[in-house]
Design a protein around this ligand. Structure first.
Ligand code: UDP
Ligand code: MG
Length: 333
């Protein structure tokens, strides 16, 4: 028997969760019929939702033994949700997917066919279009991938997603990367292994809204660059060297102008320009340095990546206790 864990991070997903559950069980039931060796568990992560997501988890756990869940004490972000899922998944294979059906469960049989005979360690999807996304957002996304792949040794595939069907071996490798600043797209790629990409057209959400704002995505992309590249540090040193060279050339030019041609140099405007340029450059570079230092600071604190407040186990044991209290068996009397 092979257990497949399906990890689903959820943040305010009450609208799509029932739809998702129906679809995922339909697909996995069919997979069990086609591959009798397969069994499934669904591991939902509630990332501090403010709506009825947790209530939905509880009611799913009531009616389906395969449903497990972990509920965070607050919103920790999708990266933490995925980490918690991978860490607690018991499966021989682990699937990570979004709850919003933008990662269609119908891909699972095809994904399984790639990993089952050991040919691949991971099957994942790659969006070939960004249909339904604003032009500006797509442009920034493309630029991000272009820059990222230039300055980082870790390849980040454009359009690659966090929809993955992985073997236990790969999951363990990912869990070994216990860093606090998690950028999954980089982590998935950094661990290597044989990855099979399945290309598909972007699908829009059937309900609910995306929790990513443009600014949020922008910050996330900077996180990605900092987590997987130290190029900005090198670039800031380079800027320093270049401005030194320029200053040196200017100095020589000024000296020659004064000695050879007896020209007066207009002092005030040039000084102001140089002060602005150089102090700006210095602050910029110190800023970059500071960002890396801040990341290092957070890493050294070794804070937990997430805090679980409730799990299905806790919920089920509480429920059993309550049932026993309400209907004490005859032996107790
Ligand atoms: N998500 C999460 N925590 C967050 C934000 C999002 O667990 O802080 C989940 C969300 O419920 C969904 C997945 O991450 O299952 C992707 O989120 P979303 O659809 O908002 O992102 P997009 O598809 O637009 O990239
Ligand atoms: Mg989505």
């Amino acid at each position: 028997m092979k257990l497949v864990s399906i990890v689903v991070p959820c943040y305010n997903e009450q609208e799509v969760l029932p739809m998702f559950y129906e679809e995922i069980t339909r697909v996995t039931d069919q997979m069990t019929r086609d591959n009798p060796e397969l069994t499934f568990e669904y591991l939902f992560i509630n990332d501090g939702s403010k709506d009825k997501t947790l209530e939905i988890f509880r009611s799913l756990a009531d009616k389906d033994k395969r449903v497990r869940y972990i509920s965070f004490s607050r919103n920790f972000g999708k990266e933490s949700g995925m980490y918690a899922g991978l860490k607690n998944a018991k499966g021989d294979y682990v699937v990570v997917m979004d709850a919003d059906l933008q990662h269609p469960p119908s891909f699972l049989p095809e994904m399984y066919s790639y990993v089952k005979d050991g040919q691949y360690d991971c099957a994942t999807t790659r969006r070939v279009s960004r249909k339904g996304e604003s032009k500006i957002r797509s442009w920034f996304a493309r630029k991000f991938y272009a820059i990222m792949n230039k300055i980082s040794q870790t390849e980040i595939v454009d359009g690659a997603q966090d929809f993955r069907f992985m073997t236990r071996q790969m999951v363990d490798a990912i869990l070994d990367m216990s860093e606090y600043n998690r950028f999954s797209k980089g982590i998935f790629s950094w661990v290597g292994f044989n990855v099979r990409y399945i290309e598909y057209e972007n699908v829009e959400r059937p309900a609910g809204t995306t929790s990513w704002s443009f600014w949020g995505l922008f910050k996330y992309s900077l996180e990605g660059i900092m987590a997987f590249s130290t190029a900005p540090l090198a670039i800031s040193s380079l800027l320093g060297i270049v401005s030194c060279i320029i200053a040196f050339i200017l100095m020589i030019v000024t000296v020659i102008k004064t000695i050879a041609f007896g020209e007066d140099v207009a002092g005030y405007p040039t000084t102001i320009c140089v002060i602005f340029l150089l102090s700006g450059l210095q602050l910029f570079c110190t800023g970059i340095l500071g960002q890396y230092l801040a990341k290092t600071y957070l890493e050294t604190k070794k804070r937990p990546i997430y805090i679980a407040q409730e799990t299905d186990e806790l919920y089920r044991s509480r429920k059993n206790e309550k049932n026993e209290e309400e209907s004490p068996s005859d032996d107790d009397n």
